[in-house]
Design a protein around this ligand. Structure first.
Ligand SMILES: C[S@@+](CC[C@H](N)C(=O)[O-])C[C@H]1O[C@@H](n2cnc3c(N)ncnc32)[C@H](O)[C@@H]1O
Length: 387
């Protein structure tokens, strides 16, 4: 790992030569194929009507994921506002999809959001949703929309104002696509970091590679899941885990059905440090829930993240009875007067707990005699050449 990541003391030209040597050793050759599979997959997901969403077998899981994103966004925007309440905030929503977080940015009263995603149709839908919202809200943030492969293209060249400086970069459920290769992960991190202000935050959510590997190791043929999701490793772990290009098939009922890549978190943190990004927070979704459920319980209820057990009269549980064994003891202990529990079916929780949240802070820097940034950590200066 050190060998792959410690090449920054070379010039850019040397770096790219050396990276390609390392890539030849560690990765399959890059193809356009994977990017187009991902783009086509997301472009073809139809927008669901309200009825369909209510009847979805992942209704609570979706809402829970939205709760995690809302809380993460709010917590870090609040940190920025603690320092300067009135400041105007600019955001890059990278891998934005159809704009699932538009409402969250509105709620946080940010000033400008740049939305970027590889899937053209999704970006158009995001823009349409934004324009609909704007018609109803004069004071909505300004926005721009970019269809681009964020693991290959230079986003800065595509911004309306290439000198824009973001306060926040958010990448929700998307960063893992860049772990196809080291070159792509680097391009993604360059896009994330190069226009992020010092002390600004980069945060997001990804599948937790440790969790996936640990479930895979307990499974047959490195394939596991339940009635709403399945994961199958597409490499042989007996040959070791590639740092990049560790591909797996992911299927999640009605939402995802395409190959993804494991993010080795240790590598991610070391690589991010080279772009002046210092890890300030990480939590598995299960721990995130423990940490914030009480503080953000109103939102948890308002967006209906928890299912009522047992089902109220006239309603059906989303899962089978066996999906609720975990609440049985708590239910039995409850007094007869208030025998209702907010929970999530075991099948949905199994998916939720695959994910983790993270946040990085952009370090301040000075330039060395060659004009290269040297990032300043609390205790020492960190040359971006070291890891
Ligand atoms: C699971 S969706 C998440 C969408 C959105 N962030 C959300 O939370 O609702 C993942 C998104 O990543 C996008 N994506 C995948 N590879 C990408 C790439 N190379 N460049 C830009 N976007 C990419 C997909 O098109 C898709 O919209």
């Amino acid at each position: 790992m050190t060998d792959i990541l410690s090449n920054e003391s070379k010039t850019n030209e040397e770096n790219s030569k050396r990276e390609s040597v390392n890539l030849d050793e560690h990765n399959k050759p890059q193809t356009e194929e994977h990017a187009s599979v991902v783009a086509a997959h997301y472009n073809h997901i139809e927008e669901k009507g309200l009825d369909e969403r209510f009847n979805s077998p992942i209704f609570y899981l979706r809402n829970f994921n939205n709760w995690v994103k809302s809380v993460l966004i709010k917590e870090f925007i609040d940190k920025l506002r603690e320092k300067d309440y009135g400041r105007s905030l600019k955001v890059l929503d990278i891998c934005c999809g159809k704009g699932g977080d538009l409402g969250k940015w509105k709620k946080c009263r940010v000033d400008r959001v740049v939305f970027a995603d590889i899937a053209k149709v999704s970006v158009q839908q995001c823009q349409t949703r934004y324009e609909d919202l704007r018609r109803r809200n004069d004071r909505l943030f300004n926005a721009e929309f970019i269809a681009a492969d964020c693991t290959k293209d230079t986003l800065r060249d595509k911004y309306a104002d290439p000198s824009i400086k973001f306060d926040v970069v958010s990448c929700q459920f998307g960063l893992h696509y860049s772990f196809e290769s080291l070159v792509q992960a680097r391009r993604m991190l360059t896009n994330i970091s190069e226009c992020l202000k010092p002390d600004g935050f980069f945060f997001g959510t990804i599948p937790n590679a440790y969790e996936i590997i640990s479930r895979a190791q307990k499974s047959k043929a490195y394939s596991f899941g339940n009635r709403i999701y399945s994961i199958k490793l597409l490499f042989d772990p007996n040959q070791g885990y590639p740092l990049f290009g560790a591909k797996y098939d992911f299927h999640l009922e009605g939402v995802v059905d395409c190959p993804e890549f494991l993010v080795n978190f240790e590598v991610f943190v070391k690589l991010a440090a080279q772009y002046g990004l210092e890890l300030v927070y990480k939590a598995k979704f299960s721990d995130f829930y423990q940490q914030y459920a009480e503080k953000h319980k109103q939102l948890l209820h308002r967006i209906i993240c928890l299912e009522t057990y047992p089902a109220p009269p006239g309603k059906k549980l989303i899962g089978d009875e066996s999906d609720y064994e975990h609440v049985q003891a708590a239910y039995d202990e409850k007094s007869a007067r208030n025998k209702q529990i907010g929970t999530m079916s075991a099948c949905e929780w199994d998916v939720a707990t695959i994910y983790m949240a993270f946040a990085f802070k952009k370090l301040k820097h000075v330039c060395d005699s060659n004009g290269k940034p040297v990032y300043i950590t609390k205790n020492k200066s960190r040359d971006n050449n070291t890891n």
